[in-house]
Ligand binder design. Structure first.
Ligand code: NAI
Length: 333
């Protein structure tokens, strides 16, 4: 049976890393009809919007999407398409596994944690206004419903994956109401999971502890903004953004994308590391039940990465994006 899956190549390094991922998934033999659609700055000229309706309709129809990064203009211009997609499709859970690769130069070894980030609200909703020309205001909305939903997701995932501990990150000592509500929600849900250890850590302390002792953490649940920042930090512990995949999960729809952005500084040079995108593809394959294919790709990546000469520039090697994908394809086909 062929799967129908929406494919958004993205911009910057997006098309390069997504093309590497699609080639590898095809080589491993999973039959997919890719419904390729464009979004972002590319479609502003042609469609007059960075998020045309046909993108949303395709994802709603197929229920699964693989996406490359999309550039968001800083300080002006259109709002983030990435954030709009998560909100419009109610992809409430952003799952970011961070796992050490054997042999890759990194600050730490034996890191194996999963960040579960609330994906629909917090300061990230971008509800902002100028009060007057000298004062700006951003509104942070945290709801009980979204907080309980993401905390339950984190605990249930911990139980399903046989993980031992959930660490909730907050700043409720200062934001007593908004972060306080998130924390209260976590405490409430924790009572339904007595088999999972529950721990609360303030976000500044968490940043330090993650840098010093990342092996102490298992599943981390956080509101949107802290989750965003901590997951880039965690990626840095194991070798960088080029290695970190993510899944955006809703009740019915799931969208998979690398954690990194469009990296315009290295785009169109065939030097981007495609592993983050490939591992996002691996998460997608597991989600649709293609476990053998997923494990085959994971093993191939490990084998290819053992040889320093096979690595991309960010990992100290000289291999191009395409050539790296070809090495992985040799191992999976
Ligand atoms: P970025 O992740 O694009 O780049 C940060 C640094 O990491 C750069 O030096 C870049 O060269 C490097 N890097 C990133 N991915 C890499 C890879 N696969 N291989 C090798 N090096 C890699 O973050 P930045 O510069 O803050 O954002 C650029 C644009 O991407 C912005 O417009 C931002 O809004 C957007 N973005 C989009 C995301 C998405 O589509 N989900 C996520 C994050 C950022």
């Amino acid at each position: 049976m062929a799967y129908d899956i929406t494919l958004i190549p993205g911009d910057g390094i997006g098309p390069e890393v997504i093309s590497a991922t699609v080639d590898i998934i095809e080589a491993v033999g999973v039959d997919i009809n890719w419904d390729k659609v464009e979004a972002g700055a590319n479609t502003i000229e042609t469609e007059g919007t960075p998020l045309p309706d046909y993108v949303i309709n395709s994802i709603k129809k197929n229920k699964i999407a693989l996406k490359g990064p999309l550039t968001t203009p800083i300080g002006q211009g259109f709002r983030s398409v990435n954030v709009s997609l998560r909100k419009k499709l109610d992809l409430f859970a952003n799952i970011r596994p961070v796992k050490s690769f054997n042999g890759i130069p990194s600050l730490h070894k034996d890191v194996d944690l999963i960040i579960v980030r609330e994906n629909t609200e917090d300061l990230y909703a971008g509800v902002e206004r100028m009060i007057d020309e000298n004062r700006a205001e951003s509104i942070k909305i945290i709801t009980k419903k979204a907080s309980e939903r993401i905390c339950r997701y984190a605990f249930q995932m911990a139980r399903d994956l046989n993980r031992k501990k959930v660490t909730l990150v907050h700043k409720a000592n200062i934001m007593k109401l908004s972060d306080g509500l998130f924390l209260e929600s976590g405490r409430k849900i924790a009572k339904d999971y007595p088999d999972i250890e529950f721990e609360e850590v303030i976000v500044d302390a968490m940043s330090m502890k993650l840098v010093q002792f990342p092996q102490d953490y298992d599943v981390i649940v956080a509101p949107n903004l802290y989750g965003d920042i901590l997951s880039d930090l965690a990626a840095g512990l194991i070798g960088g953004l080029g290695l970190a995949p993510s899944a955006n999960i809703g009740e019915e729809i799931a969208l998979f994308e690398p954690v990194h952005g469009s990296a315009l500084d290295i785009s169109n040079k065939n030097i981007a590391n495609p592993i983050s995108a490939i591992l996002s593809g691996v998460l997608m394959l597991k989600h649709i039940g293609q476990f053998d294919a997923a494990v085959k790709i994971e093993r191939a990546l490990s084998v290819v990465l053992k040889d320093e000469a096979n690595r991309t520039m960010d990992l100290g090697g000289k291999q191009g994006t395409k050539e790296f994908a070809e090495k992985v394809i040799e191992k999976v086909s």
